[in-house]
Design a protein around this ligand. Structure first.
Ligand SMILES: Cc1ncc(COP(=O)(O)O)c(C=O)c1O
Length: 414
């Protein structure tokens, strides 16, 4: 392979960082020296605010306060408080976001509740390229509630809408390619067909602007361990448009979604608002970690994050094109309006490429069958990181390091 010269110098990349409004934010994170971390779209880096907060919650609230901390530390209100901090990142009112279960469990509840708002319609439309858990959960929901799944063409999801469709359930940014759907346009198309628009925001929240209220969307779900840096397995959020909340009937009707949990009534009566998404006791430690992690977003607008993210992905695409254009196919859309915050490269030995890069300190991930995926979390990834990552990629390819036998051994998590 012959690589050509980079289109920018490292000095120019450093100058871009020096002029960035996010300059200095990286210091809010614990990042190991010598690592270029391009996997914040899988697991965000650790904000420095998390460990002290968790120590305090463990020692003072749990250790010393014991059960009284449900009241004195307002553990009961933690989900609502954390939801209110996520709300501005997705264009929602503070009171309309609930945080509590995993994304998969949340999807089960929202798919069922959304479908129940369109009685007489039996179809949930999904794109076949959606994240597998969305499809698996939708299949489980359809079996349990006698609904039908319909796969749409990701190039034209609206073509699958009809008067039998209850819910159009799409993933805003595709986990494999990084392609982004037109959320307002497809929401309108769903409504024109009488269906609800349900959005999975896992790969958007914290890096890509989403205006749920302005788009008049119906339901959204997103994880918090990627660009929100909530930590491994941190709880997901759900947003329900206020017009749907009075009739919102989610299927896991546990006591924490009851209007009066400690009334211990024998029958269920849901609390008002999105809080009825709750089922059981909230994960206080995980919510506390997420609460602390969200400090890194204080004072930063989502538009600033988006501009920084686009600048990083533009640079990565330009450098890969210039230096390795004959080796990798960039499968992420080049048009800014169609791209999330990741860039995916297709290569026959993509797994080996990712492993060889990790050995050189550049962390991305692999998605089967042939995609090397790189996420650009704008709060802590710099233009200099992008420059260095592409230099390492060139070295891997030139040295044919990706073909080494050791890098063919598949780990459980890729
Ligand atoms: C789009 C999307 N939905 C859902 C999930 C995962 O769901 P859970 O948080 O339940 O593991 C992911 C994980 O990467 C994802 O990318």
């Amino acid at each position: 392979m012959s690589s050509t010269a980079p289109t920018v110098t490292r000095e120019q990349a450093v100058a871009l960082d020096a002029g960035s409004p996010l300059r200095g934010r990286r210091e809010l994170f614990e990042l190991p020296a010598g690592v270029v971390y391009l996997d914040g779209n899988s697991l965000g880096a650790l904000p420095r605010s998390v460990a002290p907060r968790l120590r305090e919650v463990v020692d003072r609230e749990w250790g010393a306060g014991l059960i009284s901390s449900w009241n004195t530390a307002d553990w009961v209100g933690l989900s609502r408080r954390v939801g209110a901090r996520i709300a501005p990142l997705v264009g929602a009112r503070d009171c309309d976001v609930h945080v509590g279960d995993s994304t998969s469990v949340t999807l089960f509840k929202t798919f069922v509740a959304a479908a129940r708002l369109r009685p007489g319609r039996r179809v949930i439309v999904l794109e076949p390229t959606t994240f597998p858990t969305d499809a698996y959960v939708a299949a489980g929901v359809s079996r349990a509630f006698d609904l039908e799944l319909r796969w749409c063409d990701p190039a034209d999801p609206a073509a699958s809408l009809g008067d039998d469709v209850a819910v159009l359930a799409l993933t805003h940014v595709d986990f494999r390619s990084g392609a982004m759907f037109d959320l307002p346009g497809l929401t309108r198309a769903a409504h024109d067909a009488g269906a609800l628009a349900h959005w999975d925001l896992c790969h958007s929240t914290g890096a890509v602007p989403v205006e749920l209220m302005a788009a008049d969307a119906d339901v959204a779900v997103g994880c918090t361990y990627k660009y929100l840096n909530g930590g491994p397995g941190s709880p997901a959020f759900a947003w329900v448009h206020p017009r749907h909340q009075p009739g919102w009937d989610q299927p896991v009707t546990g006591w924490f979604g009851h209007a009066d949990p400690f009334g211990m009534a024998p029958t269920y009566a849901p609390v008002d608002g999105v809080a009825r998404m709750a089922s059981g006791t909230p994960p206080v430690l995980a919510l506390s970690a997420l609460d602390a992690a969200l400090d890194v977003f204080d004072g930063v607008g989502i538009d600033v994050l988006r501009e920084a993210s686009l600048s990083l992905t533009d640079l990565f695409i330009d450098l890969v094109d210039a230096r390795l254009g004959s080796v990798f196919e960039v499968i992420t859309p080049r048009a800014r309006s169609l791209r999330g915050s990741q860039v995916s490269l297709r290569h026959g030995s993509a797994y080996g490429v990712v492993q060889a890069l990790v050995a050189r300190g550049v962390v991305g991930d692999f998605r089967t069958p042939d995609v090397a995926r790189f996420g650009f979390a704008p709060l802590y990834v710099t233009h200099a990181d992008v420059y260095d990552a592409v230099e390492q990629l060139v070295a891997v390819v030139e040295g044919e390091e990706h073909l080494r036998a050791a890098y063919a051994v598949r780990h459980a998590v890729t």
